[in-house]
Design a protein around this ligand. Structure first.
Ligand SMILES: [Zn+2]
Ligand SMILES: [Zn+2]
Length: 211
């Protein structure tokens, strides 16, 4: 299990769980609605439109119900995170998500574990992914695909689609993105300092080993 970034779909676990949606649909339907392909870096817009149409014909709501039911079972945390990932995938396609389900999944966010730093094993959000998901919910519009692969602010989660300009990068670690100085300052205080130092240190060590 590897995590290579702090946002959603930047870990093996997220991708494995997203692949479960195709399995939940069954082979025949998954061939027609290849939801997982939407986690690609540059998903084909035509494919997104096709998937959206199929999801809107009832498949999306059926998947939502399936994982909502799973919350009654033994693996509550897993089922909650699956609902979060599913909502992200539906937003990725620009598919319809009923208002009640949007509200429900927003409520789930506080019940999903969230960490500030890397933890490769555990289920749930890193803080930047949580911010990214909440910003996606705020900006949700049916028919407008939300890109989860483009840079988003590590503090507030907004992307170019929300603010009109691409987030800048932390000049020190070249790892975190921010929409403005205020977000950068707030994130620094809430714990980025440690991650930033570690990144700078590991980059220094790499250069030293090469020399
Ligand atoms: Zn921001
Ligand atoms: Zn940094």
């Amino acid at each position: 299990m590897v995590r290579w970034g702090f946002r959603m779909f930047e870990s093996d676990l997220d991708l494995d769980l997203a692949a479960e949606f195709d399995k939940a649909l069954g082979k025949e339907e998954a061939d027609q609605v290849p939801l997982f392909k939407l986690t690609d870096k540059k998903p084909d817009p035509e494919l997104a439109a096709e998937v959206r149409e199929k999801l809107n014909q009832g498949i999306g709501v059926r998947l939502i119900d399936h994982y909502r039911q799973a919350e009654l079972g033994a693996f509550k945390t897993l089922a909650r995170y699956q609902q979060v990932l599913l909502a992200a995938m539906l937003m990725r396609a620009g598919a319809r998500i009923p208002d009640a389900d949007l509200q429900y999944v927003r409520g789930l966010v506080t019940n999903v574990p969230c960490r500030k730093a890397f933890d490769i094993h555990e289920l749930g959000f890193c803080a930047a992914g949580k911010a990214q998901f909440l910003a996606a919910l705020d900006g949700y519009a049916e028919g407008v695909p939300r890109d989860f692969r483009e840079a988003s602010c590590f503090h507030c989660g907004k992307t170019k689609a929300d603010t009109g300009s691409a987030p800048m990068m932390c000049g020190r670690c070249k790892n975190a993105n921010y929409c403005n100085k205020d977000c950068q300052k707030a994130h620094w205080r809430s714990g980025h300092k440690l991650m930033c130092d570690m990144k700078v240190l590991s980059a220094m060590l790499k250069t030293k080993t090469k020399a």
